[in-house]
Design a protein around this ligand. Structure first.
Ligand code: NAP
Length: 280
């Protein structure tokens, strides 16, 4: 059996069309143009190409976007100072901070963002709301993964779901969203013993470990739906965490990398931004 491809580009195209209409409506009804600021501290972690892609997508949708590039030597205090100014700027509705080098504290910094401009959904007030099922700002990568799963038409109620990875941005919120859909969820991580004994059990397997070839075909149940969130630069290529060539012969549905989760997460970040602008 060869898996059907979950086409992230197509799902993202449909989402962008809806978002463009929402932006136009917001301008027409309230005279508001949504404004996004992306903070990128230059380093190998920074994913500068993704910032450019977000900028381009904003242009297409009629959203204002500014990318602030800071040098690798930037401190927590400097970033917090910038955030305070952006919090007070009425033309800015959302702040997105790209992955930081280990000498900076993403947790400390993300808590300085005004919760109303927290388009990443990582401020503790938004996280708290999220955990009691009040979906104001849902972490956008997890929201994107749910859109991709929805696009397959599979019903999650009663299914066994396994999430590999437990980060604040991806693994934990995703496990919670799957639970809300009545899947039975296990979360695995780097200390899980015998990872395969969990993954082989999964009707739905979502992998966000950030390690190439974390999952091979012997670790996947026949007919499972496999979503690969991982993005790893290997030489000049981007690959996921799942051995795609092997696993596509076992799974019923699978996301490619690139062209799977990535395009949809950008759309979901902008979906959060438009919500923030509407309720500003
Ligand atoms: P992260 O914060 O580094 O978290 C990785 C998680 O994977 C951790 O919970 C870690 O466990 C777990 N892990 C690592 N190695 C493992 C292993 N061998 N077996 C089982 N679990 C393992 O990363 P993240 O921010 O969640 O991102 C994960 C991946 O998704 C990265 O490749 C990132 O680039 C990608 N990503 C893609 C998008 C997109 O739009 N496509 C967006 C965001 C992230 P511990 O907690 O025990 O350390």
């Amino acid at each position: 059996m060869s898996a059907q491809i979950i086409n992230g580009e197509q799902v993202a195209r449909d989402l962008r069309r809806q978002l463009k209409e929402e932006v136009a409506l917001l301008k027409q009804e309230k005279g508001i143009t949504p404004g996004l600021v992306i903070i990128v501290v230059k380093s190998p972690f920074a994913r500068v190409h993704v910032a450019r892609l977000k900028e381009r997508t904003c242009q297409q949708l009629g959203i204002k976007c500014q990318v602030i590039y800071l040098p690798e030597t930037t401190t927590d205090e400097e970033i917090i100072y910038r955030i305070e100014r952006l919090n007070n700027d009425k033309s800015v509705h959302g702040i997105n901070i790209h992955p930081l080098t280990p000498h900076l504290s993403h947790t400390l910094i993300s808590q300085q963002v005004d919760p109303a401009k927290d388009v990443e959904g990582l401020h503790f007030l938004n996280m708290g709301d999220f955990l009691i099922g009040r979906y104001r700002m849902v972490p956008f990568v997890a929201k994107g993964v749910m859109k991709l799963i929805e696009s397959t038409g599979i019903q999650l109620a009663g299914k066994r779901a396994v999430v590999v990875g437990r980060s604040q941005l991806v693994g934990k919120p995703l496990a919670f969203l799957l639970l809300e859909k009545n899947a039975t969820v296990s979360i695995c991580h780097s200390v899980t013993t015998d990872l395969a004994s969990y993954t082989r059990w999964a009707d739905l397997l979502v992998v966000a470990a950030g390690k190439p070839r974390t999952i091979n075909s012997r670790m996947v149940k026949e007919g499972a739906v496999v979503v690969d969130v991982g993005v790893n630069q290997v030489g000049s290529r981007l690959i996921g965490d799942v051995d795609y060539e092997e696993v596509k012969n076992i799974a019923s549905w699978i996301t490619p990398v690139p062209g799977g989760v990535g395009p949809v997460t950008i759309a979901m970040l902008l979906d959060n931004l438009i919500k923030a602008a509407r309720y500003a």
